[in-house]
Design a binder for this molecule. Structure first.
Ligand SMILES: [Zn+2]
Ligand SMILES: [Zn+2]
Length: 874
């Protein structure tokens, strides 16, 4: 990064003199163009599907309206905007919208603090951020703006919710939930980070028993997992994070029988909770002959039955529970020091009738698998540790293939072995045994093969005000009743007192709560929970395609044209939350017949963070750089171009103000160069181009005398090729900007010849016109001004992206490195199309090479045409 800054053009006295003469003044140019753009709503508007152009949907993640853009936003939007502009110039019908993820807690906190209603606070923040975006010159189609806190949007959240209730995809149940005391609301599992709240990094999340609404995302667990394989345009790290989060594991559920109740009739199997069996989950059923105890989570239903008549045990279990709770709160459940207590009860292994003690242990989780495991100390590290500590037997049942006896190798956890001490299954490989044992369990009705997922259903109830009201009614006679579609939206009441004293603030608004039951007409009460704000962002990008539709969330035909999104751009911190939820939502909408695509976005790009002095920008670190400040000092074009130039977009960017200043000076050079020679360029319009119209027979340029022109055009067309290629895939915009800098250096280096009129006006026109086109995705204001200066009409966005002429871009000569025994000795200049023989001869004729090989034998010459010559010498 250091070297890139150093590579900036050097600022000379001559530059300074020129600058005074032709000053680049972004503060004058930029607002002027912003006004013109604002007066032309068609400029950035998407066209209807009938326009006949190929479509391109480029989208940056919508911001939360905090009231202030930060540099991370500027970077995110600069990447998207550059891409959108490039695609417009490539002739695409581009959809490039923007909106606001406008529900959420900060609005309520602000209301508590300043006594401003959340709606007012949010809308004024939106207005402020919109002004900032306009001041940055970002090319959004504001006609499609989406604001999620407005009834015209959230009514469709409610509509979707009702469809999901009808499909059994939204349901209500009592369960242990994550509770952030600071937020005074429930959090989804995805919003708990290392045991703490994602919004309050120091606040430990508590577990509470509450009746909550859930979305059945687990119904799509397998499809969400399988779909990742097809998302080749997504970063591998995001796909891996989602795979791990979904957490599929294959295994077996097996019933151990309770010793006391054997023979009294087994009843029906039911999630391992009945009084005669304990259902355990294991990924290694092949080791079941080595099970020497069964271990239960402290919350297991059976434990309650045991402790009811055993106060001593009850006390010990309470202790285990406390230990688990503490570890969970500290976020290090995996590291918990393992404790357990024997219950005094026994279970029977269904495969061999072995009687094993039942224990309760603090490291067994109620919400993983069945909340019960079999402990196999011979073949599991954790079980081994536990058995050693408490003196439980350790039995070998899997033996490495080469070994014949002895147990000193235990625990042996690999599946590369054969079964021993396992009765009729002895000698089987682990995988064969797993299959066979599963078959036996299924046949004998004491178990089955299962797949479990780490992914849990999405808890969407929030006990907060500033969110979408859940459109359900509680009637004493009818139970849960849906709000009829024609009564949507259920509006958020406007006048409301926000407090943080338990329960939803909506519950304290009688006018909201008390309703007439749509079914029986009797008095009933509205649901007072609101929806998680991740509901809003799960489908907002569909709404952009048809943002003013009052009869449906969107028109399916229009969505069919625009989806999937061609390029989605945002931060990697959304990998688990938003990016899983929105994939789920798309699949639900597909199954409702609203869309035909399986996935929302074909390609995803996650940009790096903007840091300063090695730290993430934050108020507490005092290292926040304000976009407004940068724009005021250097202009929007410089701030945007710098944010693309200073690092590859997928890496972190260390913000350096002298870097912005350097980019601003570079733009000033472009400005001076172009304005100075614009009259020559304009004169060149319509004149014949010496390297276009009068080619020699072999396709080579006819006029070989003007070496400067040719050199500049070569550089120009090489730059076009490079930038075009980058936009098509690599996105190394930093090297794109660097390439334009080199081009400008080269043109400036020919200033004497340009001034002397040695470069033909049509060539000057091509050079300057193309330079402006290449800069158009990065510095739109400067470019608009220069485009006009060159006498071009209309918007530069409607001008075709320049094509590289391979003939002109071709190098005449190349420098090829020569190595002797792998060490670089020299470089030789050869014709760019020199064959291996010519290259070898050139290398051997080189003075330095001759000096090194004198008196020695050249054993071998390796030639890679255009790249390398290596001599093997003895
Ligand atoms: Zn919180
Ligand atoms: Zn009713």
């Amino acid at each position: 990064m250091q070297s890139r800054i150093a590579a900036l053009p050097v600022y000379t006295k001559k530059d300074m003199a020129e600058e005074n003469e032709l000053r680049y003044d972004p503060a004058a140019i930029e607002p002027k163009w912003q006004q013109r753009w604002a007066a032309d709503p068609k400029l950035y508007a998407a066209e209807p599907a009938t326009c006949g152009k190929p479509k391109y949907y480029v989208l940056e993640m919508l911001p939360y309206p905090s009231g202030q853009l930060h540099m991370g936003h500027v970077r995110n939007y600069s990447i998207g905007d550059a891409l959108a502009r490039h695609m417009w110039m490539r002739g695409y019908n581009v959809l490039h919208p923007m909106g606001w993820d406008a529900f959420g807690l900060p609005a309520e906190n602000a209301a508590l603090k300043n006594n401003t209603p959340p709606r007012e606070w949010t809308l004024s923040n939106i207005a402020a951020m919109k002004r900032q975006m306009e001041r940055l010159g970002l090319g959004y189609d504001w006609a499609t703006e989406v604001t999620t806190c407005l009834p015209e949007y959230y009514r469709w959240n409610q509509w979707f919710f009702l469809r999901m209730v009808e499909k059994g995809l939204a349901y209500r149940k009592k369960s242990k939930v994550n509770w952030c005391p600071e937020c005074a609301t429930v959090l989804a599992n995805e919003q708990v980070v290392d045991g703490c709240c994602w919004r309050h990094e120091d606040t430990i999340v508590e577990q509470r028993d509450l009746v909550q609404w859930f979305f059945r995302i687990t119904a799509y667990a397998q499809e969400l997992l399988d779909g990742l394989d097809k998302l080749e345009g997504w970063p591998e790290k995001v796909r891996t994070m989602q795979r791990n989060w979904i957490g599929r594991s294959e295994g077996t559920e097996v019933d151990f029988f309770l010793a006391e109740e054997i023979g009294q009739g087994l009843g029906t199997r039911d999630q391992g909770l009945e009084k005669t069996r304990i259902r355990v989950f294991t990924t290694r059923v092949d080791t079941i002959f080595g099970a020497t105890s069964v271990q239960l989570a402290p919350q297991h239903a059976l434990v309650a039955a045991f402790t009811a008549s055993d106060p001593d045990l009850n006390e010990k279990v309470a202790e285990l529970l406390e230990q688990q709770k503490k570890a969970r709160e500290a976020g290090d459940l995996g590291e918990i020091e393992k404790h357990g207590v024997p219950t005094g009860h026994f279970a029977i292994n269904p495969y061999n009738g072995a009687r094993v003690p039942i224990w309760v242990a603090n490291y067994i989780l109620a919400d993983y698998g069945t909340g019960a495991i079999m402990s196999v100390p011979g073949h599991d590290e954790r079980d081994f540790e536990f058995a050693t500590k408490y003196g439980l037997p350790i039995v070998e049942v899997i033996r490495p293939v080469q070994k014949t006896e002895g147990a000193e190798h235990l625990p042996f956890v690999s599946e590369e072995g054969v079964l021993v001490n396992s009765g009729e299954f002895d000698g089987l490989s682990c995988t064969d045994a797993q299959k066979l044992l599963q078959e036996v369990a299924a046949r004998s009705a004491f178990g089955e093969a299962t797949v479990t997922y780490r992914l849990k259903d999405w808890g969407v109830s929030r006990q907060r005000y500033w969110g979408t009201p859940i459109p359900m009614i509680h009637c004493e006679r009818d139970g849960l009743v849906q709000v009829p579609d024609d009564q949507l939206p259920v509006l958020l009441p406007e006048q409301i007192e926000i407090t943080q004293q338990g329960g939803s603030p909506l519950g304290r608004v009688p006018a909201f709560v008390n309703v007439t039951c749509p079914k029986c007409g009797g008095p009933a009460k509205r649901e007072t929970d609101t929806m998680d704000t991740f509901v809003d962002s799960s489908w907002y990008f569909y709404r952009y395609t048809d943002a003013r539709n009052a009869n449906a969330p969107f028109d399916s035909e229009t969505v069919k044209y625009w989806f999937p999104i061609d390029q989605y751009i945002g931060g990697v911190e959304h990998a688990i939350l938003h990016l899983i939820y929105s994939r789920f939502w798309t699949k639900v909408m597909r199954d409702l017949g609203l869309v035909v695509n399986d996935e929302p976005a074909r390609r995803l790009f996650t940009q790096g963070m903007v840091i300063k002095d090695g730290h993430k920008m934050s108020k507490s670190k005092g290292n926040v750089v304000s976009p407004d400040d940068m724009v005021a000092r250097y202009g929007a074009d410089a701030a945007r171009t710098y944010s693309l130039f200073a690092a590859p977009p997928d890496r972190d960017l260390d913000w350096k103000e002298d870097g912005v200043a350097g980019v601003s000076r570079f733009l000033a050079r472009v400005w001076r160069l172009t304005t100075r020679y614009a009259p020559v360029a304009r004169a060149g319009r319509g004149e014949s181009h010496p390297f276009r119209s009068e080619r020699g027979k072999d396709g080579a340029p006819a006029d070989q005398s003007t070496g400067v022109s040719l050199r500049l055009l070569r550089k120009l067309h090489q730059t076009i090729a490079k930038i075009t290629l980058d936009f098509e895939g690599r996105w190394h915009f930093n090297t794109c900007v660097a390439a334009i800098m080199e081009l400008v250096n080269e043109i400036q280096g020919a200033d004497a010849q340009l001034a002397a009129g040695e470069v033909a006006p049509p060539v000057v026109l091509e050079l300057l016109r193309t330079l402006v086109l290449l800069l158009a995705p990065f510095a739109p204001h400067l470019v608009a001004e220069l485009w006009e200066e060159l006498g071009e009409g209309g918007s530069v966005l409607r001008a075709p992206w320049p094509a590289s002429d391979p003939e002109l871009a071709r190098e005449d000569e190349l420098e090829v490195p020569v190595q002797i025994n792998g060490k670089l000795v020299t470089v030789v200049r050869v014709a760019a199309d020199a064959d291996a023989k010519t290259l070898e001869a050139a290398a051997l004729a080189d003075e330095k090479v001759q000096g090194r090989i004198a008196g020695k034998t050249v054993m071998k010459v390796i030639v890679v045409p255009r790249k390398l010559v290596n001599l093997v010498v003895k």
